[in-house]
Structures are given as structure tokens and as C-alpha cells.
Ligand binder design. Structure first.
Ligand code: SF4
Length: 363
């Protein structure tokens, strides 16, 4: 197939669902987890769970970058937004995420200078137009996003721009996968994120089948892509031969994108990171290297941050670990909804709660 529309073809999708039904052993329960916000939304939008046999449980894990970003990060972003000498630049999904006592959207209403960007590169003209202000970019995202933030750091260094700082909550996938492999939910396999894999390649996932015996399929984002990934997992489980299978070869190369990784490695080093729902995972985050500490907001321009407080009653952590479905949260729909979100999973356009609200049917 050459065209994207072909991967949405109804007959193809139904045909794949039928093959999965035929090949799934009725005596087994297949517990599969996707770890990608785009998969979460695609599965819900296409109603894929309704096409699968009942013994295939497709869970959504911690794949939405905004959802896994801890309350402490939002509190720090709010603290920067409250500084009169600071402009905060962010992607739109973060704006409504509740912190301990405020959010960026609340601070904007109180006169904070908050800029919503589509690309980290848009930070540069803002910094040049406002030389007397500190411009803090909120870096949130997985391996897919980090190269674009490394490119921002590269421009800052090359052009000698002195007023851009980064507040980094960047995370990497392997340590979180390891935590999930030993978590409360017994999994049989992972649908792995196609766009992360475009950068990383396949080798970062090898430990999953080798150490934990779980099936893995790197998967694209159309309905047929996702069903192909599920079929690959079912076949691996049936044969008892777990491996890392590339079910998205039109976009993902075995070795990923070494150039993008080199750019990230030049500016970032691993650090511990706080994941909503999973807690602090050693070595699962990225911080600026020592030589670029002048761009690290928390080190160059530290702010006082209160002890983080999770939104009362919000069960995002349990949703992100696959322990409950969003509709199991007592706050789902009323009072928590996209207009008045109480937790990050309802705010983000990739969040499980937002997907369940919008499309129903088990996001
Ligand atoms: S429905 Fe709202 S309050 Fe409940 S887990 Fe989801 S985001 Fe949190």
C-alpha cells in the first residue's frame, strides 16, 4: 500500500479484525498495552476495541507526554509564569493542566505572559523581540519531540542568545517500559510507538522480549496499522516466541535516526524523572548537560516550588498504569470533562480520559 487512506479502508480493517478473531486462542487472555497518546486516540476514534474479540484486552499506558508530566513540573511552570520579567512558551496541551494550586491558563488570566507555540523554534523570535525578558520554554515530550528542543538549544548557542531557558520534563521510553514489565498489570505484549521508534530504532526495546518474555510490535497510527500490530502480538504470544517486530516499516528503520539522536546527545544527559502514576524512575528523563547549564531554567533562574499536591479524587495515575478505565474514575464526565478538566488525562488531546469522553467505548 502506498497511500495513507488505504490504511483506513473499511474492508481492510474488518478483514484484519476477522483474522485476529480467527487466530486469537479462545483459551487465552491477551493483555496488550499501547504506550503512545496517538495510539490511544486512534484506537478510540476508530472504535477498534469493539472489533476485537473479548479475550484481547487493549490497555492504554503512560504514552501521553502531558499526562505523565508530574504536578511538580506544572507548579514550576506556574512559578515562572508569575515572574513579571519572564515569558513562558509552551505547547497548548499543557496550558490547562492543573498544578497544586493554579494552572498556566489561570496565570494568563492574572496577566502572565504566556505564549502557545506549535514549534520550539518559535521561541527564538520571541526572545529576540524581548531582550529584557527571560524566555522559558517548557520542554515536554518523548524521543520524538526532544530533537526539536535540542535544535532550539543549538540555535541559542550558535546565535549567542542569552535570554532563552529550558524547563525540561523530557522523558525516554525504555525505563518506563521496564517499570511496566514488573508492574501490577500482567501484560503479554506492547504496541510500541511508531514516531518514537522513527528516532530510536528498534534496539532500545530488545530487553522486553529477552528479559521479560513479552511480545513487542512497533506500530503505525492508522486503524489497519494498529490491527496489524495487534495481529503480530497475537501470533508471537501463540507461538511463545516474543520478539521486537517492526509492523511500521514504511516509517521506522532498524537503526532509527542516528543524526537526531546525536543532536539530542550533544545537549542532553539522562536524569531521574517523575512520571505521573509511575513515580520517579531513575535515568528516564533528560536534562541539559553541564556545559549548557546556563540554559537550564531551574539551575540558572531557580524558582520556589510548593510541595506538589495531586488533584483531589483524580485517578490519572491508575489510568496511566492500566489499572482502571477512565470511566471507573468517580469524577469522569461530572465534574471532570474537557471544558473543566480535573486531571491531565482529560486535558491532553492525547489523554485516555479525553479519548473516552470524546469517543466512548473504552478508550
Ligand atoms: S476522569 Fe478526570 S479526574 Fe478522573 S482520572 Fe481522568 S482526568 Fe483524572
Amino acid at each position: 500500500m502506498r497511500h495513507l487512506d488505504e490504511y483506513r479502508d473499511k474492508d481492510l480493517v474488518q478483514g484484519l479484525a476477522a483474522v485476529i478473531k480467527t487466530e486469537a486462542d479462545p483459551a487465552k487472555i491477551y493483555t496488550l498495552m499501547e504506550v503512545c497518546g496517538t495510539h490511544t486516540m486512534s484506537v478510540a476514534r476508530a472504535g477498534l476495541r469493539t472489533l476485537l474479540p473479548e479475550n484481547i484486552r487493549l490497555l492504554s499506558g503512560p504514552g501521553c507526554p502531558v499526562c505523565v508530566t508530574g504536578v511538580g513540573f506544572v507548579d514550576a511552570a506556574v512559578a515562572y509564569a508569575r515572574r513579571p520579567d519572564t515569558i513562558v512558551c509552551t505547547f497548548g496541551d499543557l496550558v490547562k493542566v492543573p498544578g497544586s494550586s493554579s494552572s498556566l491558563v489561570t496565570e494568563r488570566a492574572r496577566s502572565a505572559d504566556l505564549r502557545v507555540l506549535y514549534s520550539p523554534a518559535e521561541t527564538i523570535p520571541i526572545a529576540k523581540e524581548n531582550p529584557d525578558k527571560l524566555v522559558v520554554f517548557l520542554g515536554v515530550g518523548f524521543e520524538t519531540t526532544t530533537p526539536t528542543v535540542a535544535a532550539l538549544a543549538d540555535t541559542v548557542v550558535r546565535e549567542g542568545i542569552g535570554n532563552v531557558n529550558l524547563l525540561s520534563a523530557h522523558k525516554t521510553m525504555p525505563r518506563a517500559l521496564r517499570a511496566l514489565c514488573t508492574g501490577e498489570v500482567k501484560l503479554d505484549g506492547f504496541l510500541l510507538p511508531g514516531h518514537v521508534s522513527v528516532i530510536t530504532g528498534l534496539s532500545i526495546y530488545r530487553f522486553v522480549p529477552e528479559e521479560f518474555g513479552l511480545a513487542c510490535a512497533v506500530t503505525g497510527f492508522e486503524a489497519a496499522d494498529i490491527l496489524e500490530g495487534i495481529l503480530a502480538l497475537v501470533r508471537q504470544v501463540n507461538k511463545g516466541e516474543p520478539k521486537v517486530e517492526n509492523a511500521y516499516p514504511r516509517a521506522v528503520a532498524e537503526d532509527g535516526n542516528p543524526k537526531a539522536r546525536a543532536l539530542v546527545d550533544r545537549f542532553f544527559q539522562p536524569c531521574d524523572a517523575d512520571w505521573r502514576g509511575l513515580g520517579v524512575i531513575g535515568g528516564s528523563g533528560l536534562e541539559l548537560r553541564e556545559e549548557y547549564v546556563f540554559m537550564d531554567a531551574l539551575k540558572a533562574h531557580p524558582v520556589e516550588v510548593e510541595e506538589p499536591v495531586e488533584p483531589e479524587g483524580c485517578r490519572c495515575g491508575d489510568v496511566l498504569r492500566g489499572l482502571i478505565h477512565p470511566t471507573d474514575c468517580a469524577l469522569f464526565k461530572n465534574p471532570c470533562n474537557p471544558g473543566e478538566p480535573m486531571g491531565a488525562c482529560m486535558v491532553s488531546s492525547e489523554g485516555s480520559c479525553a479519548a473516552a469522553y470524546r469517543y466512548g467505548g473504552g478508550a
